[in-house]
Write a protein that binds this ligand. Structure first.
Ligand code: NAD
Length: 263
């Protein structure tokens, strides 16, 4: 199976590190012209520089914009008016007990994790529909279905991502545009490394081992019993973003190591 994205323009939100960076790298490797996005000019430029050096390509574009705001999304769309592939990856997760999570916590998660994708889909889907080809992918999570008790606010935003993707897929019915959500399980990204930093400092163990013990303790239904790598998630996203995945739409596709314990 050959994945060829030559001639396609792809935006990956929140792609300066973590899963987003890995997706940007895989899409660029498959020939897409990739737009890297993060909030700061510095981090966005250095991610693009790393990608350019790693892949020996000259097609990486950068747009620094905060996609959690309407202004940030509008600035991004003004810089990149046409897209073939939109990966709504930017997301935050902060474990806070329900009784300590104020409206600000809920609102911040909602704006970054849901509204960024809503606004960008509203801006880009009409062009994709006119050209009769497009791919929109929301990075949801296994937490969409297994609401984590220490991050109810996060789980709710991820359930919303699955719902928005399903609704938009139906809205694009009969066209060459597909919309899907991808549900990673615990994945060793920069964000997860920071979340586990205290535990790693306490135990002195390699981060992979700390992550595996987190998975066994907090996601005990995991069948792989370890965190996934960012590339394992990016592989699935790259397939779904490709012309090969033309009959998959409205789906919530798992790359969760078996955490979701349903058939
Ligand atoms: P990460 O924290 O490692 O990276 C997130 C990226 O998003 C960073 O580049 C950050 O700069 C960027 N970002 C954050 N807020 C932004 C904003 N407002 N505007 C622009 N960029 C912004 O995160 P990750 O672990 O790679 O997660 C990526 C996505 O995958 C998220 O949507 C997350 O919910 C989802 N996910 C992650 C895991 C996991 O275990 N890592 C599991 C399931 C789902």
């Amino acid at each position: 199976m050959q994945i060829d994205l030559t001639g396609k323009t792809a935006l990956v939100t929140g792609s300066t590190e973590g899963i987003g960076y890995a997706i940007a790298r895989q899409l660029a490797k498959a020939g897409a012209q990739v737009v890297v996005n993060g909030r700061s000019e510095d981090k966005t430029a250095s991610a693009a520089k790393r990608l350019t050096a790693e892949l020996s390509v000259s097609t990486i574009k950068t747009v620094a914009a905060d996609v959690s705001t309407a202004e940030g999304c509008a600035a991004l769309v003004a810089e990149v008016p046409h897209l073939d592939i939109l990966i709504n990856n930017a997301g935050i997760f902060q474990p806070i007990d329900f009784f300590d999570a104020g409206d600000d916590v809920w609102d911040r998660h909602w704006q970054v994790n849901v509204m960024s994708g809503v606004r960008l889909s509203r801006a880009y889907l009409p062009g994709m529909r006119r050209r009769d080809w497009g791919r929109v992918i929301f990075l949801a999570s296994e937490s969409a279905f297994n609401i984590p008790v220490d991050m109810i606010h996060y789980g709710v935003t991820k359930t919303a991502d699955v719902a928005v993707a399903r609704g938009l897929a139906k809205r694009m019915a009969g066209t060459g545009v597909t919309v899907n959500s991808v549900l990673p399980g615990p994945t060793l990204s920069k964000g997860v490394e920071s979340m586990l930093a205290d535990e790693q400092a306490k135990t002195g163990l390699p981060i992979e081992q700390v992550a595996a013990s987190f998975v066994r303790q907090h996601r005990s239904t995991s069948i792989i019993q370890r965190a996934a790598s960012v590339d394992e998630v990016a592989n699935l996203v790259t397939y779904l973003a490709s012309p090969l995945a033309s009959a998959t739409t409205g789906a919530a596709v798992r790359v969760d190591g078996g955490v979701i314990d349903t058939l």
